[in-house]
Design a protein around this ligand. Structure first.
Ligand SMILES: [Zn+2]
Length: 127
């Protein structure tokens, strides 16, 4: 019994009842859409707005935010107090991004993740 390739209506050739290439492509597309939705939905759970940031910065920032929520010390994330405002703590996220937190005594309030350029321009905490 020979299995013969047939041509599907989509133009692909293959075996079976339906085109596997198209079925696989459709499944991948759906998977990607789901991941995109999950990615977008996750921002709703962040204590600060991370939507404008690159993906790797978002993931690292979340890691730090979770750590701080779990009462981890900011110094464990190499955070430092700003020289010109001791109530603001700057935690490196990546080489180019910093997470700024406000010191409220015995807890920290995350304020924003900003790029290194913004950080040098606006000098947060001066206002
Ligand atoms: Zn096809």
């Amino acid at each position: 019994m020979s299995r013969r390739k047939k041509k599907f209506s989509c133009g692909h050739k293959g075996y079976g009842q339906e085109c596997h290439k198209c079925a696989q492509a459709a499944a991948e597309k759906e998977n990607k859409q789901q991941q995109k939705h999950q990615w977008e939905a996750a921002f709703a759970h962040d204590p600060i707005d991370l939507t404008a940031l690159p993906k790797n910065v978002v993931l690292k920032a979340r890691h730090i935010l979770r750590g701080l929520q779990d009462r981890q010390d900011y110094r464990e994330f190499r955070g430092k107090r700003l020289r010109h405002n001791r109530f603001v703590i700057s935690i490196p996220v990546t080489r180019n991004y910093r997470l700024l937190c406000r010191d409220r005594g015995n807890f920290l309030i995350p304020e924003a993740v900003i790029s290194h350029e913004d950080y040098n321009v606006c000098k947060p905490g001066d206002s």
